[in-house]
Design a binder for this molecule. Structure first.
Ligand code: F0G
Length: 485
């Protein structure tokens, strides 16, 4: 059991409220800003030598049991406890989110945490993609390896647990597909009823099928993601429906935990750079919070630069940084085949600008052709991801070319969704049916050569041995796919 464990702070006017006082649209009633979760220890100065011991080491109890007294926990004890939980058979210990529950005591009792054993995702070495981008050391934190195939699970386990504890019957989200898939699954596990608003015809089939499979009421609105958000925001003011978009600060508490996992997997080393895709712009901010908290608690001594990459057709943050250094953001009409990040009016842009300023990260954009190439390159490394995730590699290439990232610096790209989420995209690409002539014309000669080497359209043959042998002979005599130098 944890005591009164957290409060909410408006990230714009700084006003603090109890978690139970927040309005149904999760906006500050004074300035319309977004909230973040704070804990008694958030405000304790990170003075060396002021560390207390962890009080409760019981595998099931939160180690932060008496942090209400506002002392900083002991970083070594936390590391030990988190490691210890890896061998436990308890479901919350097996969750890569709740394993770190000492730093997210957002529910009164962890006993009812709604978990699908999310998190604990792999950190893959990416030597080929690293060589392509021009860095010696590239890793991919593959959040697509979560139970519903995207990073949204880490946030949803947290926020659905809060919804269930607060007694809601209905939960809802507007989504480009992954949030809805995750919400539907976790709501089903919790016995809650869920409503999904998605832009009609603008999300990948895999994601649409998930929300139906997990039993959500799926409403396709004849608008885009931003239009879905508008409707839902009004709806939650009228009905007791718990809003699960990323304006909900509890989502971000779950989404900060991949930062913990990442450095744990690196034996508490911090990479120089972390690169994330940008859509509604909550995830980069969540990871930034995770790193900042670890630094505050003395678990790490510095934070990485966290950079964000958007699709060129859905690039309001990129423009905002170019035009006003992030002071103002003009919404855009978004258009990209990376449908997960087809968002023109991102809710959490101010949080992300704050994160960029505090970590020193940058924002880039990637064209459709660059996204397709990066996705195929990640696929060819045996990893694979959905199109939105591939903007990270496309952006990394640019950061290296601009001299912002140097070859010896350690880079982690966050792959946010599984390749099976959008198999139509992949099939169209390999059949040569994805890119338009204008997009192809926009590729450099080198890029086009890379595309040609990567495209692997399926071969249709008569079911006769000699036909198959002849085909194989031709293939085996042609050179292997050019390896990156
Ligand atoms: N990558 C994937 C695969 C996503 O699904 C999303 C967002 C993002 C990146 C961007 O993250 O919004 O925090 O900047 N998908 C949301 C959804 C909007 O509804 O599934 P963000």
């Amino acid at each position: 059991m944890t005591l009164d464990t957290h409060s909410l702070r408006c990230t714009e006017c700084g006003r603090g409220i109890a978690g139970s006082e927040v309005a149904s649209d999760f906006r500050c009633e004074h300035c319309r800003g977004l909230f973040e979760v704070t804990y008694p220890w958030s405000a304790v100065p990170a003075a060396p030598g002021s560390l207390s011991g962890i009080v409760s080491r019981g595998s099931h109890a939160g180690a932060g049991s008496d942090w209400g007294a506002a002392r900083l926990p002991n970083p070594s004890a936390l590391r030990w406890l988190w490691q210890e939980r890896r061998t436990s058979t308890l479901s919350i210990d097996q969750s890569g989110v709740w394993r770190f529950r000492d730093l997210l005591p957002i529910v009164k009792s962890f006993d009812h945490a709604v978990t699908l054993r999310e998190g604990n995702t792999p950190l893959y070495e990416m030597p080929k993609c690293g060589a392509i981008a021009g860095v010696d050391w590239l890793l991919a934190k593959h959040q697509g390896m979560n139970p519903t195939g995207s990073f949204k699970d880490t946030g949803m386990t947290a926020a659905i647990s809060v919804a269930a504890e607060r007694g809601f019957e209905w939960v809802a989200c507007a989504s480009t597909g992954n949030t809805s898939a995750a919400m539907a699954a976790y709501a089903a596990r919790a016995g809650l009823r869920s409503i999904v608003f998605i832009p009609e015809g603008k999300i990948a089939w895999g994601k649409l099928s998930q929300s139906m499979d997990y039993g959500a009421l799926t409403i396709q609105l004849k608008t885009d993601f931003d239009g879905c958000v508008k409707i839902l925001t009004e709806l939650v003011r009228k009905f007791p429906i718990y809003l699960l978009n990323s304006v909900n600060p509890y989502r971000l508490e779950g989404q900060k935990t991949p930062a913990f996992e990442m450095v744990e997997q690196l034996e508490w080393q911090v990479p120089e750079h972390v690169i994330v895709p940008g859509g509604n712009l909550a995830n980069g901010a969540a990871l930034g919070k995770g790193f900042a908290e670890m630094k505050h608690l003395g678990l790490i001594s510095r934070v990485p630069k966290i950079s964000v990459v958007q699709a060129s057709g859905a690039n309001p943050l990129y423009r905002a940084m170019q035009d006003s250094n992030g002071d103002r953001l003009e919404p855009v009409v978004a258009e990209t085949r990376a449908s997960a990040i087809r968002i023109g009016s991102p809710a959490s842009w101010k949080k992300t600008v704050e994160m960029l300023r505090s970590t020193g990260g940058w924002v880039e954009e990637a064209t459709e052709q660059e996204i397709a190439l990066a996705k195929a390159q990640i696929g060819a490394e045996g990893i694979g991801c959905e199109p939105a995730s591939a903007v990270t590699l496309a952006g990394l290439k640019k950061f290296v070319a601009q001299g912002k990232i140097t070859p010896e610096e350690r880079v982690v790209i966050v792959l946010t969704g599984h390749t099976l989420k959008d198999s139509d995209y992949t099939i169209d690409y390999h059949r040569g049916e994805l890119l338009t002539p204008a997009e192809i014309a926009g590729a450099t000669g080198k890029q086009w050569a890379e595309h040609s080497a990567l495209m692997k359209p399926p071969v249709v043959l008569e079911a006769e041995m000699d036909v198959v042998l002849r085909e194989l002979e031709t293939r085996m005599n042609t050179a292997r796919v050019a390896q990156p130098v």
